[in-house]
Write a protein that binds this ligand. Structure first.
Ligand SMILES: Nc1ncnc2c1ncn2[C@@H]1O[C@H](COP(=O)(O)OP(=O)(O)OP(=O)(O)O)[C@@H](O)[C@H]1O
Ligand SMILES: [Mg+2]
Length: 308
């Protein structure tokens, strides 16, 4: 009886996917037969779907494993490069607070090649939605809890800063952290922007190229001042990420964005609403306009050590 119900369910999923004309009902990825269930999100670079792995041994009927499948365009040189960087970044780090890549491939599609990334599915969604919901419901979270969550975010990003050579994540924002460990930790995802951290600029042309690249890969509301206007002579390091993390912590503590995504906002005085505690102290240190005055992530994590 159970297997009948299970078979019926699978058929229903397949029928539903056929009606939804945005994609085929199944995709074959490195020998896995993945059945589309629904769209989870449409991001700037791709679309993320919930899928079931029909080829996985699933024991009891109804236990077909769920995954998240990210689909990105890979038809142009640039989009192909971003996809390949994302796959490479996953491969460079194995860490409990960084998204694990289960499989990846480029598959020909009607509108050209498409890149696919298969990942574990996190059913509790992302940090942006989590904080927004608590804010709407007027259910603020304790500072201790927020700092313990923030600690796991910093640990995930630090895994990239500790690579040889050190890398920066760049696209750091609350929507790129998924809620894990029953709400007690986070997993960093969306790694297409990872690049080596040391970026030395000697000419205006180099500065302009870096600025244009940052405009694509670093979300404006979390972009540090030195990436809005890159000086013709400068040396950037991992502390560009520290600014973005500081802007994330502001959002977590205050339930609203620190910056509106303009350069003038990033340079203006920040409204701390008269608060003065361990959270605002940390945010202030991380949102120093002069990059050289910001702490590195190991120093941030030292301050966060009591919040386990
Ligand atoms: N493994 C996953 N489990 C559950 N939800 C996920 C997973 N991966 C991504 N998502 C959801 O999909 C959203 C978009 O994913 P992702 O950031 O990787 O795509 P993107 O197209 O690069 O997005 P953007 O450019 O807008 O940042 C995430 O914010 C999250 O809500
Ligand atoms: Mg994203």
């Amino acid at each position: 009886m159970n297997s009948l119900v299970h078979g019926f369910r699978v058929m229903l999923y397949a029928l539903y996917s056929l009606v939804d004309k945005n994609h085929d009902s199944c995709v074959n990825l490195n020998g896995r037969k993945l059945l589309y269930q629904r769209k989870i999100a449409e991001g700037g670079f791709g679309t993320v779907f919930l899928v079931r792995d029909l080829s996985a041994p699933h024991g009891a009927p109804g236990n077909i494993p769920l995954y998240a499948l990210k689909r990105v365009q890979a038809s142009e040189v640039e989009s192909r490069h971003t996809f390949e960087s994302e796959v490479k970044a996953h491969g460079a780090v194995t860490h409990p607070h960084v998204m694990r890549l289960v499989a990846s491939a480029v598959i020909p599609g009607a509108s050209g090649p498409q890149g696919f990334l298969l990942m574990p599915y996190y059913s509790n969604g992302n940090l942006q939605d989590f904080i927004d919901l608590r804010t709407q419901r007027h259910q603020p979270l304790s500072l201790d809890f927020l700092l313990s969550l923030f600690r796991t975010m910093c640990q995930g990003v630090l895994a990239f800063h500790l690579l040889d050579p050190p890398c920066v994540v760049r696209d750091i924002k609350p929507a790129n952290f998924l809620i894990a460990d029953h709400g007690r930790g986070t997993v960093l995802t969306d790694l297409g922007g990872v690049v080596p951290a040391a970026r030395v600029v000697h000419t205006r042309a180099q500065a302009d190229a870096l600025q244009d690249d940052a405009a694509i890969h670093v979300t404006a509301a979390f972009r540090p001042p030195e990436l809005f206007s890159v000086p013709s002579q400068c040396a950037l390091d991992t502390r560009t990420d520290v600014w973005s993390l500081g802007a994330c912590l502001y959002f977590m503590v205050f339930g609203k964005m620190a910056f509106d995504g303009t350069e003038s906002a990033a340079l203006a005085a920040i409204d701390y609403q008269g608060r003065n505690d361990a959270g605002t102290d940390l945010i202030k240190s991380m949102l120093q306009i002069d990059m050289r005055k910001r702490p590195t992530l190991p120093a941030v994590l030292e301050a966060l050590a009591p919040y386990q």
